[in-house]
Design a protein around this ligand. Structure first.
Ligand SMILES: Cc1cc2nc3c(=O)[nH]c(=O)nc-3n(C[C@H](O)[C@H](O)[C@H](O)COP(=O)(O)OP(=O)(O)OC[C@H]3O[C@@H](n4cnc5c(N)ncnc54)[C@H](O)[C@@H]3O)c2cc1C
Length: 379
């Protein structure tokens, strides 16, 4: 069992694992080059939904248990139970919405078909289901809640410190070189989001850019998170956002490969509207037409939203893997671990995967991680 661990990255992946390791008594230093939750972890929708595959739902439920443990802590994050209206905007989506709802019902989640009802914003809807037991939270605060819990458990958090490279000798980790000097340690957990490959290039992580719009206060209370049945399954998302080839970049690579009308009202009455997904080269200027595209889809599906003010728009980079599922576990060098590639489900999955990773690093069995091994794409 390592005595001292350096965690690289202060997003949800890094803060959850720093917390889990520190509460097990390990000496943990987390380095974050910007500030906590600066990247995707502070820029997402904060939804924990049942609409993804049953395996993801099982991980999400475990994460929910961990979030609940943090509720009495000093950083609130607006964890709230809600319902989700999963709907078909046209006949083509109707079959998928039916089969997805049946799958969700099969794992024990309450699902009700919606009949004739008045929908808000003059929504175009040919059928849909209300899915119970959905959850929402404020993502930047949730990430900070884990950072604070890690600090209270003894971890040291160093923000504004970039990790340059991992020091390896004789097949094992010896430390990390940072802007603030070298840090010696027995183990390193790479949790640097889509930038993880700058530290360990052989990892299969690409970047998927996604945009959100923040709408001004709505003049009604939405009873559900509303989502169009258009968001692909995890493996399809992974395939669509693999790193582009040179020919694809030459042809124009940053087009939307997935998009869905999703609207989630926030506790103050304003709302987040999304979302898009396009392959990304991380630091290039890309997808600048995407806010318009997200808005166009929303007005097409829900014309009643047309007059609502838009307060802001921003993007985040999802750390994608070829099958859309996280990479969690030991790498080829002793003492080196990955906690990343959480794609479009980081808020749903990272608290659970961090708990399992900390168990595995402490020499305990963590069978849940067998399908998430970082080397699974080499088979
Ligand atoms: C538009 C959008 C909507 C989303 N909606 C949801 C949702 O509703 N529910 C959900 O579960 N997920 C959602 N996601 C996905 C979720 O945001 C991500 O899966 C998650 O935030 C990834 O967390 P992370 O910690 O791996 O990466 P990040 O949040 O990117 O954190 C990585 C951190 O590492 C730091 N870093 C990088 N390199 C270094 C270095 N060399 N040294 C030091 N620090 C470094 C970065 O500065 C960054 O802060 C959404 C994503 C987007 C973009």
């Amino acid at each position: 069992m390592p005595a001292e661990v350096v965690v690289v990255g202060g997003g949800i992946a890094g803060c959850t694992v720093a917390y889990e390791l520190a509460r097990r008594g390990l000496r943990v230093v987390l380095v974050e080059r910007d500030s906590i939750a600066e990247a995707a972890s502070g820029r997402n929708m904060g939804l924990l939904l049942n609409q993804t595959e049953p395996e993801v739902v099982r991980i999400m439920r475990r994460s929910l248990d961990v979030y609940r443990e943090l509720l009495p802590g000093p950083v609130g994050f607006d964890l709230r139970e809600t319902k989700q209206l999963l709907f078909a905007a046209d006949e083509a989506q109707l079959a998928s919405v039916r089969s997805r709802s049946a799958e969700i019902a099969a794992i024990g989640v309450e699902v009700e078909e919606v009949g004739e009802m008045d929908l808000p914003f003059e929504m175009r809807c040919v059928g849909g289901f209300i899915v119970h037991n959905a959850w929402a939270l404020e993502p930047a605060d949730a990430t900070r809640a884990f950072a604070e819990a890690a600090r209270q458990a003894g971890a040291e958090l160093r923000v504004g410190v970039r990790a340059g490279h991992v020091q390896v000798a004789s097949g094992r980790v010896h430390g990390v070189v940072t802007d603030a000097g070298p840090l010696a340690c027995d183990a390193v957990v790479l949790a640097a989001g889509p930038w993880i490959t700058q530290l360990w290039p052989s990892l299969e992580v690409s970047a998927g850019r996604g945009w959100l719009l923040r709408l001004r206060k709505l003049d009604l209370d939405l009873p559900w998170v509303i989502e169009e049945m258009a968001w692909p399954d995890q493996d399809e998302l992974g395939r669509a956002t693999r790193a582009p080839t040179l020919a694809e970049v030459a042809a124009g690579y940053d087009r939307s490969v997935a998009g869905a009308f999703v609207i989630c009202q926030l506790p103050a009455g304003d709302a987040l509207l999304g979302t898009s997904l396009s392959p990304s080269l991380r630091d290039a200027y890309e997808g600048l037409e995407m806010p318009s595209q997200v808005a166009r889809r929303a007005v097409e599906i829900a014309p009643g939203l047309a007059g609502v003010g838009v307060a802001a728009a921003w993007f985040g980079l999802r750390p994608m893997t070829p099958d859309g599922m996280p990479i969690v576990g030991r790498l080829e060098v002793e003492g080196l671990y990955a906690h990343g590639g959480h794609g479009s489900i980081g808020m749903m999955a990272a608290p659970a995967t961090a708990r399992w990773l900390a168990a595995a690093m402490s020499g305990e069995a963590a069978p849940e991680l067998s399908g998430l091994r970082p080397d699974r794409f080499q088979e």
